[in-house]
Design a binder for this molecule. Sequence first.
Ligand code: URA
Length: 444
Amino acid sequence: MNIVEIIEKKRDKRELTKEEIEYFVRSVTEGSIPDYQISAFLMAIYLNDMTDPEISYLTEAMANSGDRVDLSYIEGIKVDKHSSGGVGDKATLAVAPMAAACGLPVAKMSGRGLGFSGGTIDKLESIPGFRTALTEDEFVTFIKRDGIALMGQTKNVAPADKKLYALRDVTGTVESIPLIAASIMSKKLACGSDSIILDVKCGSGAFMKSFERASLLAEKMVRIGQSNGRKVYALITDMDQPLGNAVGNALEVMEALDTLKGKGPEDFTELCYVIGSFMLVAGNKAENLPQARKLLENSVSNGTALEKFRKFIENQGGDPNIIENYSLLPQAHTVIKVKSPESGAVTAINGEKIGTASLTVKAGRLTKEDKIDHGTGIVLMAKIGDKVTKGQPIAKIYAPDEQSAAEAEKQVLSSYSFGERAEKKKILIGYIDEEGSHIDQDNH
Ligand code: URA
């Protein structure tokens, strides 16, 4: 067996065997094949797709490429959440402390930015001192004592995904159903939770642009989870514009904090309550979704969710003073306002273009070696359905310099569309679980 033959087989649309896929994943993990051959294989998968058996072999081989995390020392049902990725998706930052404040232990492993979408680890690293590289002992201690800990993907957990993720990020191979399904599910299987809530984003700010592709990805991930003995809910949620208002690392931390203080944007707050409700029901902390939602709302109104966030930051070496004083977070050098070119209602905001504008101002990476500027990004001041007048500010750009701010301004302007009127969209389109699909697309 050799890697060139495997690449050629996928290039020629022939189905790969379990042994060939295992050989590829083993070679990636051992570092015995160069990045250009891995990238060529990823592109062949991107272009020619994979069959269901191929996706299962890839997921299992990636999950087995490192250690399995043992969470049995934590009492009760362990629930994990994971997003398929989208622009402005900072849900983990707010949902994790809310759920932990409601008594659900949250042991979360998160990733970095991918393509035009940000990553939880990069966002948290904007907090001065915050450590995402925890030892297993620290991880266990924090969860047992305070019910919450979050770490980056270690060298030992699904290392094949770590390598593939970084290469997909910079080779135009992110938006692939088999690659996303295997990436997410290999980590979830390696991490040992009993139940998994997947947030599959759908629309212009997501990797799955259409409802059909989002539901296909959701179904495949639910099936992989089930065949590995996990209870999986895959929510399909709207992302036809960036989530909330802020896009960019420190800016998103501030928005998550606002949300924990009960002052977050409506769509983002709603998404947090939806995801959190599924987590609490799956973890037996509430009998049904309405009861779970009440518990989450209370955790925000009585301040326990914010206190959980404070404890979480303190445990992991971050400066908790950022909670009251946002100026302690990294700040951008240049801030400009983008003005509306016309009067009317905002009918669309292309999320991917906003994500690309955030890369222009260095809030994400264009090459593996790029360093992120944690203070930069975009804040939207008008969302779909809002009425604006010509000249009114519709967004703010936080940039490292005037030149990138001007470039990002053009990208932000080209992402907005205007018309006479537009309806606001519902955030939850539906969900898929082991009983099947609960989706009323007409209602969306
Ligand atoms: N999140 C992941 O972990 N992997 C993907 O491919 C997309 C989102």
